[in-house]
Design a binder for this molecule. Structure first.
Ligand SMILES: [Zn+2]
Length: 286
């Protein structure tokens, strides 16, 4: 996971443009009539965004009677949303631009409403409230707060991720010498409790440990193949050393706790894995 750069311009202009582009109708007239309320609330959003306190913005019953009018502004095919999506995309570094940073597994093919659009229709086209996301993560994000008012998900525009390792993976060989992986979160390096609980909640609500486990075998096959083909020229130590160097580059590009980096790190740091590779190498030679 990496932080994304948030929309740098005036958010309200996106809303105003979306209203302006609407065809003349009662709905458009209703939206024009609440323009000053929306302006005030966009300012409130910006202030909370700046302090990373979006969870303190209350639901405003006032907007419920304008809900369908506001929702009509958000159509994935319409030019305002396409422009915003394109704009947000271009702000990001190329390596992570098209991947959902909520999971780092799937493509970012949708936009998630950080404050859910059902409760906060006023922010439906607010570009600082829109986060590139995959449809799977998006489907798990139907509420944003715990009953006690705590956030359920990381906001990767704002929440700084720790540099310490918090994602780990265990592996075991089964009777057929196949490897089973098991991802887990552990606070081994004393990350601040509040930050760590938010990470746990984010992984839990998005089912990330299980989704990573399901993808691990596929990635693992690639790793094993590249190790085994390298063994024709290099020793196991040299190959592991090379993988280690690549992990540091990948961590910089994809985030320190990226599941693929964590997987590679676990393999090359494990004696029993080294033994397994060397036995496999012997078997191929025999
Ligand atoms: Zn995702």
């Amino acid at each position: 996971m990496k932080n994304l750069v948030s929309y740098p311009h005036n958010s309200i202009d996106v809303h105003l443009t979306a209203v302006e582009r609407k065809k003349s109708s009662d709905s458009k007239r209703k939206l024009i009539s609440i323009e000053s309320n929306i302006r005030t609330d966009y300012t409130e959003y910006d202030l909370h965004f700046h302090e990373n306190k979006l969870e303190n913005i209350p639901v405003k019953p006032f907007y419920q009677s304008f809900k369908s009018d506001l929702q009509s502004l958000y159509d994935y095919q319409n030019s305002t949303i396409k422009e915003v999506k394109g704009h947000i995309e271009k702000l990001q570094v190329r390596t992570i631009r098209n991947t959902c940073q909520n999971c780092t597994i799937n493509s970012a093919n949708t936009l998630d409403h950080i404050l859910p659009q059902g409760e906060f229709p006023e922010y439906i086209v607010n570009p600082k409230n829109l986060f590139p996301c995959c449809s799977q993560c998006n489907s798990y994000k139907n509420k944003h707060l715990e009953k006690d008012g705590e956030k359920l998900f990381l906001n990767l525009y704002l929440d700084n991720l720790p540099e310490e390792q918090y994602l780990f993976v265990d592996f075991e060989f089964d009777e057929n010498d196949e490897i089973d992986f098991n991802y887990k979160l552990e606070n081994k390096f004393k990350i601040e409790t509040k930050t760590f609980s938010l990470i746990v909640s984010h992984y839990d609500k998005l089912h990330l440990l299980e989704r990573m486990r399901l993808r691990a075998n596929e990635v693992y096959s690639e790793i094993e193949n590249s190790i085994l083909s390298g063994l024709n020229k290099l020793s196991t130590e040299m190959i592991f050393e090379e993988i280690k160097e690549n992990i540091s580059n990948d961590q910089r590009a994809y985030g320190f706790n990226h599941w693929k980096c964590v997987l590679k790190l676990a393999l090359i740091s494990d004696m029993k894995y080294k033994k397994y590779i060397e036995e496999k190498k012997e078997r191929t030679r025999a």
